[in-house]
Design a protein around this ligand. Structure first.
Ligand SMILES: Cc1cc2nc3c(=O)[nH]c(=O)nc-3n(C[C@H](O)[C@H](O)[C@H](O)COP(=O)(O)OP(=O)(O)OC[C@H]3O[C@@H](n4cnc5c(N)ncnc54)[C@H](O)[C@@H]3O)c2cc1C
Length: 410
């Protein structure tokens, strides 16, 4: 039975691509008569950081200022839904989470959209706009003082960063080292990889393939400012530089799931090594007893080819649609009567978008659409410039954060 006035508590952790999409959609159910529904958005940061725009933010101070959008006021005024600026410390059991201030929150439905982390400041670690901006500013200052820059990792982030640094500082020597025999991940066609090399070379970037730079442990999980010589593990080659930007490695911080694993005794919910959270095609966590917990976005164990912001957003929408189905079936009410109440079937997430745009500096770029490679052509430059390189799609994010327009005044 679907009593729309019943109390329903939905907790969404993470207010970025996946979480913002899920939280906004689910809050919309209030307008459909679910008067007892409360959505709580939990995020450890005060602002959404537009990591997608990091390559431009690194070299453009004015743009960097705009890449932090306030989470405060996320649900707008006059609403019972709430944003809580805290870190999720633990998923305690099938119906409670604990925050880093010790507070416990009850949930009927939980969305874990906590994403992942690349080495700082590619993903900033600061939890406020000021702290995040300071990380980016420090690396920019390092670049300005440097004569030579080493970018480690030739995935999309490394290619974009190397291109923007080379375009902004044409007098500096920029080297990009990648461990594989071509740039960019497997799902990119060879023509796109070749186009990226050609366009980086045209900006003066020295691209080295098939070598793995040994990162000293004292770098921590972050880029590094300081003159040093790093060794290539495969070639023994020495790379001398004044700044080393790490665009490699990606970690999922899902330690908060350990208590839940113990509580439900359903085995490991996380993938060994990466920490990614195991999910079913429906984005439900991979445990029979937990059909009300969803993991959209970078935090889940789906393949690397799905680790894109727009796909995380699509997954957030799928998770919300599945929760809506559970709510409309009265699942949460049924569970309160009988803990083993069956859940209705949920829909699988489908990955139907096939468009990848990789700017190589502000003017050039490579792209792939419907598996067609747009590498060396000037059509790719035009497309990437028009669709992405100008603001790195920041404008598309602003709709999620009602206070984004106040950014200029902060
Ligand atoms: C430099 C860079 C460039 C990129 N370029 C592109 C691109 O051009 N196009 C594209 O589609 N994708 C791009 N991506 C990938 C894209 O940014 C990610 O796929 C996307 O951000 C994933 O979204 P998400 O919501 O799953 O997680 P995230 O964006 O990682 O967000 C996770 C959120 O959860 C919060 N959080 C984490 N842990 C906790 C906790 N324990 N408690 C409370 N809150 C927590 C964080 O503060 C954050 O707000 C890029 C990524 C990087 C780093």
């Amino acid at each position: 039975m679907d009593d729309k006035s019943r109390d329903i508590s939905v907790v969404v952790v993470g207010g970025s691509y996946a979480g913002a999409a899920a939280a906004k959609r689910l809050a919309g159910l209030s307008r459909r008569g679910y008067t007892g529904l409360k959505v709580t958005l939990v995020d450890k940061s005060t602002h959404y950081f537009h990591a997608v725009g990091f390559p431009k933010a690194l070299v453009d101070a004015q743009y960097a200022e705009k890449t932090f959008l306030p989470l405060a006021g996320f649900f707008g005024a006059d609403t019972k839904h709430e944003y809580v600026n805290r870190q999720l410390a633990a998923v305690v059991d099938a119906h409670h989470i604990e925050l880093d201030d010790g507070r416990r929150l009850y949930y009927d439905y939980l969305v874990l959209a906590t994403g992942g982390q690349a080495p700082a400041p590619v993903n900033v670690t600061g939890r406020t706009k000021e702290e995040g901006l300071a990380e980016i500013r420090a690396l920019r200052q390092g670049l300005e003082d440097a004569e030579s820059v080493l970018v480690v990792g030739g995935g999309p982030v490394g290619v974009e960063v190397a291109g923007f640094v080379a375009a902004a500082y044409p007098a500096k020597s920029v080297t990009l080292v990648h461990s594989r025999d071509r740039l960019l991940p497997e799902q990119f066609r060879v023509g796109v990889s070749n186009g990226a090399v050609e366009k980086l070379n045209s900006l003066g970037v020295n691209v080295v393939l098939k070598d793995r730079v040994e990162i000293p442990p004292d770098f921590g999980y972050a880029s590094h400012i300081g003159h040093c010589v790093l060794r290539g593990a495969r070639t023994g080659r020495e790379y001398t530089s004044d700044v080393q930007i790490l665009a490699v490695g990606f970690q999922v911080h899902s330690e908060y799931l350990a208590p839940l694993e113990a509580a439900v005794g359903s085995g490991a919910l996380r993938t060994e090594g990466s920490g990614a959270i195991r999910v079913r095609p429906t984005l439900q966590i991979d445990a029979e007893a937990l059909p009300h917990i969803f993991v959209p976005g970078d935090a889940n164990s789906l393949p690397g080819s799905t680790k894109f912001g727009f796909k995380a957003e699509m997954q957030g929408n799928t998770a919300a649609a599945n929760i809506r189905r559970l709510i409309e079936s009265g699942f949460d009410a049924a569970v309160k009567e009988n803990a083993n109440a069956p859940a209705p079937a949920a829909s699988a997430w489908t990955d139907y978008v096939d468009l990848i745009l990789v700017p190589v500096g502000p003017e050039l770029g490579v792209a792939q659409a419907l598996k067609i490679a747009l590498g060396c052509s000037s059509l790719a430059d035009f497309l990437v410039r028009q669709l992405k390189a100008k603001d790195f799609m920041l404008g598309m994010r602003k709709g999620y954060y009602p206070n984004a327009k106040r950014v200029k005044r902060e």
